[in-house]
Design a protein around this ligand. Structure first.
Ligand code: ZN
Ligand code: ZN
Length: 589
């Protein structure tokens, strides 16, 4: 952190040097500004990792693996001093002189620092969320890592564990009037992870090349740590908390958190209103399609008068078309070439043939997470492969598998592939790697990333994916309704006091979800805030930007060019990408 003042000095020198040739000076300053900003970013990241060693380890930066910071006033003071110093350093840069990539990095850093200050001073989850305190997930990460020899990793774990008892004492001292839900989560997660210490770590120490003496001291420390975790759990259980804080964030805090977490040009209320309108349109479209499909699937049966029930009946029968349990993995894999062909033929976006999607069967450590997901290399692991993990249903009980396969039926499975792989997350990742930014790898905007994947689903449908079959559209709408209702749910629960029964009605009756899925959503909305809004918000912003550009550019608008240009800015908030794209459009005219 000491390097920062020096740095401001350098910038000051630069901007004060006079030159006869104004134009030339501007160009030079402009070049230097970017160079200086690159240097600044490196300082920032170094200082960030020093302040947050656990986060650093998780991102693959292992210099501070042995450090466990105590969650006390001293560390909070250091954290706030870090934010202040960094915000001061940022002020020394003139945004107008920075490249697009640096500009968006600047915004991401600034937003992060301000959101930390807000979180410490206003949001204060460190007081009401006991599940924020857990040392074991970090230890498990080091234990399972492959970046260094096992004995070296174990020695760092040993050093880190020195602070575990003090860590939990400081944690408990922070807690004041926690929510019931986060208290239960804190108890559950800490208890569940004890086995990592008790079993995995003990076994690894025994099997290691550490000396007999080291092993003895290590084991003693493991038991001290287990006692500390159990004691914390006990304290949480015994705590008197007759009027627990509500898990609902309330209007004011929810609106603020939305600003920091999503970084949208729309407010939470504007997005909520958009989602409500979108739900209404989707219901209208879904009714038309279901009514049209009725005779194909349910001829002779009496049509429900309630339009939502009618839609549900048609969805249920179409969901019966699904792949076999045993061919789940191969069916996903087989769809990829078709997606590539469709994207190329419709000229939607250039896919680099040198970077084909590497599909792999879900690795053992991920087992149990069915469906599909993208594993991208961490910021310090750039040369590693990006994988498309496809889960297997082998070993699932038939009833569970059947319910899952109906959910991920023939149609939805294709939309899942669009979202996760092409042209969704995988394509976005390839493009973002073309303008590499460590800042965006660490602080990238979730709403942009998820929004892109959700946007591509609609975009593929608009371009005739699935031959415009009504079944395909109906299922797409059902899938899309999930993202829409995630936003409605989050806003309604945290700002409008929505009760659980109303929430279940929204998810099951209006969004056609199964009870298990809706129940899981309820749990998620009671433990998180704003996160559920990111899918629909990002989607709405990208869609609106496209329509805005279409209108402004008329005949000159080209969909492929729009997609490639949009993605070239990396995982930046859509509102900044919009500004940059509009600016460039203005210059061209
Ligand atoms: Zn079946
Ligand atoms: Zn996604």
């Amino acid at each position: 952190m000491k390097k920062i003042p020096l740095f401001i000095f350098a910038v000051y020198l630069l901007s004060s040097c006079g030159s006869a040739d104004q134009q030339k000076q501007n160009e030079q300053t402009s070049d230097h500004s970017n160079e200086l900003f690159e240097t600044y970013k490196n300082y920032f990241i170094e200082a960030l990792w020093k302040t947050y060693p656990g986060w650093a380890s998780g991102q693959g930066y292992h210099k501070y693996d042995s450090v466990l910071i105590l969650p006390n006033q001293a560390s909070t003071d250091r954290e706030l001093a870090f934010c202040k110093a960094q915000l001061d350093s940022l002020k020394s840069f003139d945004l107008n002189k920075l490249s697009s990539n640096n500009k968006t990095d600047y915004y991401l850093i600034e937003n992060h620092l301000k959101s930390v200050e807000w979180s410490r001073n206003v949001y204060r989850s460190f007081e009401w969320n006991p599940s924020e305190y857990n040392v074991i997930s970090g230890i498990a990460e080091l234990l399972n890592g492959t970046y260094d020899k096992s004995d070296n990793r174990l020695r760092n774990i040993y050093l880190r564990m020195k602070n575990v008892p003090a860590y939990y004492s400081a944690a408990f001292a922070n807690i004041k009037n926690p929510t019931k839900e986060h208290t239960e989560l804190g108890i559950e997660q800490n208890l569940n992870s004890i086995s990592v210490l008790e079993k995995d770590l003990v076994d690894s120490v025994k099997a290691s090349g550490l000396s007999v003496q080291e092993k003895k001291e290590f084991e003693a420390r493991i038991w001290e740590s287990i006692t500390a975790v159990k004691n914390y759990v006990q304290q949480l259980k015994a705590m008197k908390n007759e009027n627990p804080k509500s898990f609902r964030l309330g209007k004011e805090l929810h609106q603020q958190k939305f600003l920091y977490d999503i970084q949208s040009r729309y407010t939470a209320t504007e997005i909520y209103n958009k989602a409500i309108a979108r739900k209404k349109d989707l219901h209208t479209e879904m009714f038309k399609l279901s009514d049209q499909l009725w005779d194909k699937y349910l001829k002779g049966k009496s049509k429900p008068t309630d339009s939502l029930l009618l839609i549900r009946s048609v969805i249920d029968v179409i969901s019966l078309k699904h792949v076999d349990k045993d061919s789940f993995q191969t069916s996903i894999e087989k769809q990829i070439p078709g997606l590539v062909e469709f994207i190329n033929q419709k000229k939607l976006i250039t896919l680099d043939p040198k970077k084909p999607l590497v599909v792999r069967k879900e690795p053992a450590y991920m087992a149990g997470v069915a469906g599909a997901s993208i594993s991208s290399p961490g910021p310090y692991d750039k040369n590693a492969n990006t994988y498309y993990n496809v889960g297997s249903l082998a070993g699932w009980p038939d009833k569970k598998a059947e319910s899952y396969l109906r959910e991920y039926n023939y149609y939805i499975l294709q939309i899942l592939n669009i979202h996760e792989a092409l042209p969704g997350h995988y394509a976005q990742l390839i493009y973002s790697n073309q303008s590499p930014s460590l800042i965006k790898a660490i602080l990238g905007n979730g709403a942009m990333i998820e929004g892109w994947a959700v946007y591509t689903e609609r975009m593929m449908m608009e371009n005739g994916y699935g031959n415009n079959e009504p079944e395909m559209w109906l299922m797409y709408y059902k899938w899309h309704l999930r993202a829409v209702c995630n936003t409605i749910l989050d806003y309604s629960v945290h700002e409008l006091e929505m009760e659980k029964s109303k929430a279940m009605d929204l998810l099951m009756r209006e969004a056609f979800q199964q009870e298990a899925e809706a129940d899981g959503k309820w749990r998620r909305v009671s433990l998180t805030q704003v996160q559920l809004c990111c899918y629909f918000t990002g989607y709405a912003e990208i869609y609106d930007l496209r329509e805005e550009l279409k209108q402004k550019m008329g005949d000159k608008f080209d969909l492929k060019t729009f997609h490639e240009k949009f993605l070239s800015y990396g995982s930046a908030p859509v509102k900044y990408i919009r500004e940059l794209m509009l600016e460039e459009l203005g210059e061209k005219r």
